[in-house]
Design a binder for this molecule. Sequence first.
Ligand SMILES: Cc1cc2nc3c(=O)[nH]c(=O)nc-3n(C[C@H](O)[C@H](O)[C@H](O)COP(=O)(O)O)c2cc1C
Length: 356
Amino acid sequence: MAGVTDSAFRIMNMLGGADPVYSEMAHVNALSHGGKKTFNILSADEREREYIVQIFGNDPEYFKRAASAIDKEGVPKKNYKPIKKSVLKIIQKMRSLITGQETEEFIFFMKNFEKFNADAYSEQKINRVKPAVIDINLGCPARKVFFHGSGAALFTDQKKTRLVLESVLEATKIPVSVKIRAAVQEVSMFDFLKNIEDLPLKRIMVHGRSLTQGFAGQIDCPPIKKLVKEYPDREFWINGGINDWKEAQRIVRETGCHNLGLARGTWGDPLLHYKIKNNFREETVNEQVKKIQAGILSLIHTELNIQSKGEKGIFEIRKHLAWYFKDFTGAKDLRKKLVTIKNINELKALLEKEVL
Ligand SMILES: Cc1cc2nc3c(=O)[nH]c(=O)nc-3n(C[C@H](O)[C@H](O)[C@H](O)COP(=O)(O)O)c2cc1C
């Protein structure tokens, strides 16, 4: 997700049980010119596995150059250091208040975090990371993207889509995948598959809503099931509206897909991956315990983000902080304060005052 799935967010989700993680999308024209800012959007810690970078654009030639640049040079490497002692101290203090009451998924996250933090910062000389997959965005409806003939608009031009895919496949040995929608205008996912029948694209991530459906409503499973059956050699991953295990179960059962993609459901809830994988049923957990857990997650996320982006990380983290506390009754005032914090000390003080 553009503006959301930066390195710190991806790591939070990885620690919460995600398998592959996707970058924000990066424009092929800028990548072709070696654009530093755009390459930085794709930067990642080498422990982010499996790391998928997503590219978008409209011109097959630029797609080719961008894929070739990623193949040859990789993307910039992040270097996370261990979390500051002062932050760890408050995390420990918060945890001590909920010992024995922590939720299963939170314990899972903290174990992963402790491991991640313990082996942070190796002095290795490498400064680039090779992504595991290059993904092509053929589903984005955002005005800026669509009206330049990219994303979902490219999907409607089948001839060009094919050229783009051929160019990328020719330029790199890194596996290539695509992200599509169920339908855009008169082009459906069936038309898309037919058009690329002979191309070695293993994985297809389908946002199971049409362009007209936008971002709302349940996805329609029977057509996807038909597609999965028609193309047994492809791997179909499905996303759209998966916010709990029940919906995840329904989609797996009714489509026969190979994997699922989570998007907005992970906002403020990086533990959703674990919950879905473990058929988590909503249990009654003390609000205060959940609030303290949210406080700990928000501190770790903020620290990672500042390490990753420097001081401007604090501004980008504000929306995430509000998301961590979105489900608590009476937390409106807290959220209002969270979106104004200027440094991690203010966050620590606020959590101590309002959450503990
Ligand atoms: C703010 C935002 C940014 C997004 N950016 C991207 C993107 O860069 N690439 C992409 O493939 N999908 C992007 N998406 C779409 C999501 O990946 C996903 O397909 C969509 O939100 C449906 O899933 P959901 O209902 O679980 O959120 C974005 C969605 C949102 C809300």
